[in-house]
Ligand binder design. Sequence first.
Ligand SMILES: NC(=O)c1ccc[n+]([C@@H]2O[C@H](COP(=O)([O-])OP(=O)(O)OC[C@H]3O[C@@H](n4cnc5c(N)ncnc54)[C@H](O)[C@@H]3O)[C@@H](O)[C@H]2O)c1
Length: 326
Amino acid sequence: MKVVITGGGGFLGRKLCLALLNHHALLDATGRPYVPSRIVCFDSVPFDPPLPGDPRVKGVVGDIGDAATVRALIDADVASVFHLAAVVSAGAEADFDLGMRVNLDGTRHVLDACRALPQPPKVVFTSSLAVYGGDIPPTVTDATPITPQTSYGAQKLIGEYLLTDYSRKGYLDGRALRLPTIVVRPGKPNKAASTFASSIIREPLQGDPAVCPVTPETSMPILSPRKAVAAFLHVHDLPAATLGAHRGILLNGIAARVGDMARAVERHGGPAAHARIEWKPDPAIQRIVSGWPAAIDAERARRLGFQVDADIDEIVANFIADDMRR
Ligand SMILES: NC(=O)c1ccc[n+]([C@@H]2O[C@H](COP(=O)([O-])OP(=O)(O)OC[C@H]3O[C@@H](n4cnc5c(N)ncnc54)[C@H](O)[C@@H]3O)[C@@H](O)[C@H]2O)c1
């Protein structure tokens, strides 16, 4: 039985693939354990660096916006789909048509391909805190109204609703996680407005300069890639009966002040690393970030057993161990 990871060449898709290779077994939609014989990573760009050299892993390059490609990808042997492929926030905002094609049409293609299978598969979908926006309280809870203020947030929310409806109809067994910002992202900055949260840790520790466009007092919820991937595996195996009427789950993160992130860089990399952070406020980015929740208090995620990092130091130490360029 196969697992498909869409966006399998991206930041979290690659880490999920590695985690699945070391994971004992998954529970299929009937609750039976199975060990994946194949992990198919699907992405629109060639896999560079290459995927893990394990015979169980296969890379497929294609466009999730093409329904026939997705139908061919998700065949009768697929028991689980982790649907991560997306155009991220600023990308979807800058190119409306691309965001709709990838984030909305692509999600429908995945759901419809799953619906066509003889056995309903498990589907894990990555949603985002971007489903909240506008006049929100500083701390988002399970009761906070869902009012996306970006195309990306709207596309993710529609994905959650469709996933819930396809699950209600019995076409598949879906679960969606509203992720906070995942820190530290390795590699280069991306197009997300939150990209500085990784840059101000990653760059100084690797010996490069970083610009912080927001004030040290700015607070945002963050979660490490280790905890995000653990959450993907955990939510996959939760019994459907525990999920209730809506399949979208708000995940907790730790509320981190940007100044505290910089101090953690100093603790792990010394004063020279800390000095590589240049504080250069950018009013446009400050305005965007100030519109986000400063913290999350999600009782449902706690009750369902999702874990958060102990503190910023744990997040920084994990980056040094897992991803830091030597
Ligand atoms: N990383 C975060 O902080 C964060 C926060 C909230 C939600 N999320 C969501 O989690 C998921 C994974 O995030 P990530 O950080 O790994 O993102 P990422 O950008 O690293 O990975 C997404 C992948 O999707 C691929 N993709 C884009 N268009 C495609 C297309 N047309 N067809 C096939 N593949 C396509 C990209 O090439 C990329 O490799 C995304 O859905 C994202 O919206 C991430």
